[in-house]
Design a protein around this ligand. Structure first.
Ligand SMILES: Cc1cc2nc3c(=O)[nH]c(=O)nc-3n(C[C@H](O)[C@H](O)[C@H](O)COP(=O)(O)O)c2cc1C
Length: 449
């Protein structure tokens, strides 16, 4: 299968999804008809061949190292891949590889975010260059791939992604969103009867339900940003309040005209502000964790969506007679198994998201309770101050105290509301209905598909 790139390109059609299944070592077991068309090898040549048969020499080994590390830990991996077809031409694919039984399945689509694809290309070029230099210096291919992996991670860090995981969690949901915007829809085959028809109908309903969730979660990014803004603003309001309290304490403690109980009450207020600061720190951490987990959920939702679409498109190819019945049976089973895994992973991620949302809500509540105590203490103290001799000296400070407190109350109320909106879509999602639909598919006699 050795060949040189000719410099020619071909592109994956917008509507196409293509897949391959492999054993644990990456030896190809099954491919669909679109895969064969893109790879430009005969199906017979592909089955039983190692997956590197379509590796392009420009692809850095570091990417595949990252891929194998991820899937080897039984987690899904997504990446932009540049492949070399059998006739020497090249094509880009967005590949999502998931564990399947003892092996793996990769579902591929056309990369749509061309800005991202170009960015990835320059990251790959940097990695390839480092790998070539390492090999020219006598390093093994394995060692060079390790160097390439480090370069990729360093380049991604420069782009603001702390890990490859953070990167793929960001680009995959975006790619699927763009697929939607480009008008990609699963075609209908209303006349289709039998198992393939039933598979398509239920698969389409699953895809629609998962896609709807993905759409609802698309608002997560700006809600996450709003949560972070709110908690930072609450922190700033508390800083102002703490400063005003410290100034007020200074005035009352340095003033002999003040009744002792007015001076004595000030440290309690300061202590309460310190407690609030601790509570807000915990809240900040909870917000960050909540936002991070949401990225993971959106990635899991994207994968389930892709798996559902793969099942549907393969059912259509079977109905249309583009896939030979004998091969179609086991491929359908593999795709359905992948869908089941994808939905299980998505449900697990939804549970984690829901639990985290509940933890965040509890933290917000704790902050609100602490704020109620602060407000009461401040009001009491304010009343004492107003009745005391020191009220004239405090005239300028009291409005600052009031403003700090009001800002804090406002930010926490906003945080409460935003957190509710953030959790809302996930809480409302009908997991039971999705599971029912999946069970319907699993109960089909797929051998007869
Ligand atoms: C399910 C699956 C799909 C894969 N798809 C591709 C692919 O499209 N292109 C590719 O170059 N490698 C793909 N690989 C990775 C190859 O197995 C291999 O690691 C890679 O081509 C680097 O090969 P090399 O280190 O032997 O040169 C895939 C692996 C798996 C498990």
């Amino acid at each position: 299968m050795k060949r040189e790139p000719t410099g020619a390109f071909h592109e994956v059609a917008l509507d196409d999804l293509f897949f391959s299944t492999t054993d644990a070592k990456g030896v190809i077991e099954q491919v669909n008809e679109v895969f064969v068309t893109m790879a430009r090898f005969g199906r017979g040549e592909l089955i039983g061949a190692p997956h590197n048969c379509i590796r392009h020499p420009d692809m850095p080994g570091g990417v595949f190292r990252l891929m194998w590390e991820t899937i080897g830990a039984r987690r899904a991996f997504s990446g932009y891949v540049f492949n070399l077809a059998g006739d020497g031409s090249s094509y880009w694919a967005l590949a999502t590889v998931s564990p399947l039984g003892k092996g793996y399945i990769s579902v591929r689509s056309r990369p749509i975010d061309l800005g991202m694809r170009d960015t990835v290309l320059s990251v790959y070029e940097a990695a390839r260059e480092a790998e070539d230099a390492a090999m020219a210096g006598g390093e093994s291919a394995g060692r060079a791939a390790r160097i390439g992996e480090e370069v990729i991670l360093a380049e991604l860090a420069k782009l603001g992604f702390g890990s490859y995981e953070a990167f793929m969690h960001a680009f995959l949901p975006r790619e699927l969103e763009l697929r939607q915007e480009a008008g990609v829809r699963i075609p209908e085959r209303p006349q289709a009867a039998g198992t393939a028809g039933a598979l398509l109908a239920t698969g389409t309903a699953i895809e629609a339900q998962v896609r709807e969730l993905a759409g609802a979660l698309a608002a997560s990014d700006h809600l996450a940003a709003a949560l972070e803004r709110r908690v930072d603003a609450a922190q700033r309001a508390l800083d102002r309040l703490e400063e005003a309290v410290a100034n007020a304490r200074f005035v009352v403690s340095g003033n002999r005209a003040v009744e002792p109980h007015v001076a004595r009450a000030a440290p309690a207020l300061e202590e309460q502000c310190r407690k609030m600061a601790e509570t807000l720190k915990g809240l900040r951490e909870a917000v960050e964790e909540t936002c991070g987990l949401r990225h993971g959920l959106r990635f899991a939702v994207s994968i389930a969506q892709l798996q559902a679409e793969s099942v549907c498109r393969f059912a259509i190819a079977t109905i249309d007679g583009r896939e030979a019945a004998a091969a179609a049976n086991s491929a359908t089973q593999a795709l359905v198994q992948a869908l089941e895994n994808g939905i299980d992973a998505m449900h697990a991620s939804l549970d984690v998201d829901r639990e985290q949302a509940a933890r965040l809500a509890a933290r917000i509540k704790a902050a609100e309770s602490a704020l109620t105590v602060t407000t009461l203490l401040l009001r009491k103290w304010r009343a004492l101050v107003e009745k005391s001799e020191v009220r004239h000296e405090m005239e300028a400070l009291l409005p600052v105290l009031d403003a700090g407190l009001a800002a804090l109350v406002g930010e926490l109320a906003g945080l409460h509301e935003t957190a509710g909106a953030f959790a809302g879509e996930v809480v409302a999602f009908e997991s039971a209905q999705l599971q029912q639909r999946l069970d319907q598919i699993l109960s089909l006699n797929l051998i007869a598909a």
